[in-house]
Design a protein around this ligand. Structure first.
Ligand code: NAG
Ligand code: NAG
Ligand code: NAG
Ligand code: NAG
Ligand code: NAG
Ligand code: NAG
Ligand code: NAG
Ligand code: NAG
Ligand code: NAG
Ligand code: NAG
Ligand code: NAG
Ligand code: ZN
Length: 712
């Protein structure tokens, strides 16, 4: 149960890579959760000043700026400098941190379907220009393409491969469908798109085409009578999901500099293990329709495949596997490979404790001119946060802990700006970072969602109770009330946004944002229609959700930077570890083998951790009751440091970058998390219980190291 919930929450929350997902229908009536709590929430003077500083109109101004100029990774230094200048205007010492990284940009592409009778259908590969939406007609608008895609041509028969997970390919093989030498036609949804291409490549396929399917739009579809954007909230049929095809679950960051900083002149490694060597293209559902239709009646029909997520909702399509139709595809993808500069804008506000630092990050780059949700709803909020802290500092306030604001570049290609920055500053971060707060898509709908490491759960929830949150026309409730009635659970971090490099170096992390449910306006993820016009018309008219999410982030940052006792709760790892353990037991039972795994080392390590956490709590209570500042420093540093123990230098099997042994993105999901990944994936992928037993040992050792740091 926990796994399912965690998975759903995570799919929804991996902000940049947010996929629409269907949670159980939410109640539209939000009840006040705590009848004893006063409403509106009572705030102290500093909290009130920060919250009052937020203004929906100024947020809309920042949003407008960010969404009216091209800002694909490495292409708009002006925007990076503007961001740094804003940080400076609000009292932060600011600068641009430049890296020279491998990126590629679209040059030309084409996709043709050849019918057996010789007729040809040419896919348009463009999104419609809309009079109502100014940026859709910009002359420098960004073509539809895949970041880090391979330059090449492919001409062959093609096979529909569902969502392109390993299990989908296993199913095709069981059905006797030949894959070698064919082109993969995959549906978006489920795993990170790069893993679809990776799986196709590993099965000897020579190209991949990935299409959007309205099945992911729930009830808000043209087929169900809803008008399409810009006339209504349903998906514009021409919309295309751009995005990276890097192998995200293996290695994020510049693929040519694994484990070290990408500066001018550094040696460049072979990138073939983390980016594809077959070409790929993203297409709209209208372009996909005839291609899928040509497979109707060939191979196994969709309903017979019996795979979750296989059948979509494109009219007239049976989602048959093919091949054998006699139809073929010709795909051409030409990219320009470059080593080029990217710019992280950084703003620093020194705290009094030099060895404690809080980092707040958002990426700035987008696949399109707009990016009003992804990522610039977060960018607009970050500027407003800087403004709020400048107002507070006018009262003479200074944070105890240094606050670092980061506006990352090249997140979209594979968390490049944040990963390179972490690789550069790792000695400092390992010593001083108390937490990393990520805001990517701050708003693409009304439903608040959070994923975080367990030590941040308590403060994350407490701050929710301090924020008034507009929801479906009512402003008579807190963010906590709405969250409780909708998401209601803090998810486990997988990957898909910039918290990843921090998390995997053992730094407490949280990711936040608000997204749409199955009956909300369709968010055109990585499409030209993720624009300011869409946002002001459908996504967040009035920018009130932007404001509430921004107020939340700001109060969270305020407490983490300014509370004398660092508000992290190591003991909250205990119940989470126990639930991951019970999931692991289920995974073992489900593996239907006679092999056994001895989990006693894990049981014992969790128990030791639990005792250490209790000792820590007692020491902290003593520090608080005696107001002993040296003792407070001791407990704060334990809270800051203990989670470094969960990481292992060597990383997970076959993916050195991912060092956190408690949670990681699934090897074949990319976005969604796996808990106790070393153990779990030795079972689910390797089916090797000897290996799994080794990982029980390594994982237990990591928990014991964390416990030892906490122990008093
Ligand atoms: C409300 O207050 C009563 C009396 O103080 C207490 O017993 C109860 O647990 C409180 N309820 C909540 C939801 O905080
Ligand atoms: C960079 O972004 C700004 C702000 O959106 C925009 O005004 C400018 O035209 C962009 N620069 C380029 C070269 O597209
Ligand atoms: C060829 O087949 C396609 C698909 O069945 C059909 O749409 C098209 O009209 C046919 N063309 C000719 C020239 O018969
Ligand atoms: C879609 O609409 C139907 C009929 O109104 C309803 O039963 C169903 O719950 C809706 N689906 C979702 C995901 O809300
Ligand atoms: C495709 O599915 C439709 C129903 O959705 C059915 O009427 C039709 O016969 C199917 N076509 C083929 C070729 O299987
Ligand atoms: C799919 O499952 C159904 C019912 O479980 C079964 O009758 C059918 O044979 C399966 N189809 C294939 C292609 O295995
Ligand atoms: C690849 O395909 C494109 C478009 O059909 C064509 O212009 C180009 O010559 C082809 N390149 C090679 C190397 O075959
Ligand atoms: C902030 O602290 C750093 C490191 O101690 C120092 O180099 C820098 O000058 C300080 N900046 C300001 C604005 O005080
Ligand atoms: C900000 O909120 C006010 C009050 O609801 C509203 O009148 C105004 O239009 C909003 N500003 C923007 C830019 O939407
Ligand atoms: C498990 O062991 C039983 C008894 O030896 C045997 O019949 C069965 O085939 C084994 N199952 C597997 C999956 O190896
Ligand atoms: C299983 O893992 C062990 C330990 O790493 C290794 O020695 C062994 O070769 C693996 N077995 C298989 C079948 O891969
Ligand atoms: Zn993003």
């Amino acid at each position: 149960m926990r796994l399912i919930l965690a998975l759903l929450a995570a799919i929804g929350t991996e902000a940049c890579q947010r996929e629409r997902n269907f949670k159980p229908a939410h109640s539209h009536v939000v009840k006040r959760q705590s009848t004893n709590a006063t409403f509106p929430p009572v705030l102290d003077a500093n909290e009130q000043l920060l919250v009052d500083s937020f203004d929906n109109t100024s947020i809309s101004t920042w949003s407008y700026y960010y969404t009216h100029g091209a800002h694909v990774a490495g292409t708009n230094r002006t925007m990076a400098q503007w961001t740094a200048d804003k940080f400076a205007e609000y009292g932060f010492t600011s600068r641009l941190d430049e890296y020279v990284v491998y990126l590629n940009y679209p040059v030309s592409h084409s996709l043709q379907l050849s019918y057996p009778n010789g007729s040809i259908f040419s896919a348009s590969l463009v999104e419609d220009v809309l009079e109502e939406d100014d940026v859709t007609s910009y002359p420098n608008r960004i073509p539809t393409f895949h970041g880090y895609s391979f330059t090449g041509n492919a001409s062959a028969e093609y096979v529909y491969v569902g969502r392109g997970q390993k299990v989908d390919f296993d199913r095709l093989i069981a059905l006797g469908v030949e894959l070698e030498g064919k082109i993969a036609l995959a549906k978006y949804g489920g795993p990170f798109r790069g893993l679809k291409v990776k799986n196709a490549q590993e099965h000897g396929m020579i190209g991949a085409v990935i299409f959007t399917d309205p099945v992911d739009d729930g009830n808000v579809t043209e087929a169900k009578g809803v008008a399409t954007y810009p006339n209504g909230p349903a998906r514009n049929p021409s919309s295309v999901q751009r995005g990276s095809v890097q192998f995200l679950s293996i290695y994020p960051g510049d693929p040519t500099t694994p484990g070290y900083v990408s500066k001018e002149g550094v040696p460049r490694a072979d990138k073939s293990g983390s980016v594809p060597h077959i070409p790929s293209l993203p297409i709209s559902w209208v372009d996909a329709q005839p291609i899928l239709q040509a497979l109707n009646g060939y191979g196994t029909a969709g309903v017979e495949v019996n795979r979750t997520g296989w059948v979509g909702a494109i009219p007239g399509v049976n989602y048959s596997t093919g091949a054998g139709s006699g139809a073929s595809l010709s795909l051409s993808n030409v990219m320009e490979d470059k080593y080029t500069a990217i710019w992280d804008a950084v703003g620093i506000f020194n705290g009094t404790n030099e060895d404690e630092v809080l980092i707040i990050g958002n990426h700035r780059d987008a696949w399109i001119i707009g990016g009003a949700a992804d990522p610039n709803s977060g960018s607009a909020v970050l500027i407003e946060l800087a403004k709020a802290f400048s107002k507070l500092s006018e009262t003479g306030w200074k944070p105890l802990r240094t606050i670092v604001l980061a506006s990352w570049d090249a997140e979209e290609y594979g968390l490049v700006g944040s990963t390179e920055w972490v690789e550069e500053y790792i000695p400092w971060l390992k010593t001083a970072a108390v937490s990393y707060l990520n805001i990517d898509v701050a708003v693409s709908g009304p439903i608040p969602e959070f994923s975080a490491t367990p030590d941040l759960h308590a403060i994350a929830t407490a701050i929710q109770k301090k924020i008034i949150y507009p929801f479906r026309g009512s402003s008579d409730q807190t963010l906590y009330d709405v969250w409780k009635a909708t998401t209601g659970e803090i998810g486990v971090l997988g990957s898909g946004s910039d918290y990843t490099p921090f998390l995997h170096r053992g730094i407490a992390s949280i990711d936040m944002g608000a997204g749409g449910g199955p009956n909300d306006p369709v968010y055109h993820y990585h499409s030209s229609y993720d624009s300011y016009h869409w946002m002001e018309t459908f996504g967040d008219p009035g920018f009130h959700t932007h404001k509430a999410i921004g107020q939340y982030l700001t109060l969270l940052a305020y407490h983490l930077s300014s509370d004398p006792v660092l508000p992290l709760e190591p003991a909250d790892y205990v119940s989470e570890l126990e639930s991951y353990l019970s999931e692991l037991s289920s995974t073992i039972s489900a593996a239907s083998t006679n092999d056994t795994l001895d989990l006693s080392a894990l049981v014992s390590a969790i128990s030791t951790f639990s005792s250490s956490a209790a000792e820590f709590n007692a020491l902290r209570a003593q520090a608080v009751s005696t107001s002993d500042s040296d003792l407070i420093t001791v407990v704060n540093h334990k809270a800051r440091d203990f989670s470094r123990g969960f990481t292992s230098q060597g990383g997970l099997p076959g993916r050195e970058f991912f060092q956190h042994l408690i949670f990681a993105p699934g090897l074949d999901t990319g976005y969604a998390p796996v808990t106790f990944p070393g153990v779990t994936e030795s079972i689910t992928f390797e089916r090797n219980f000897t290996l799994a037993q080794e990982w029980v040992g390594k994982t237990s050792d990591a928990i014991l190291v964390a416990a030892a740091i906490l122990k008093t």
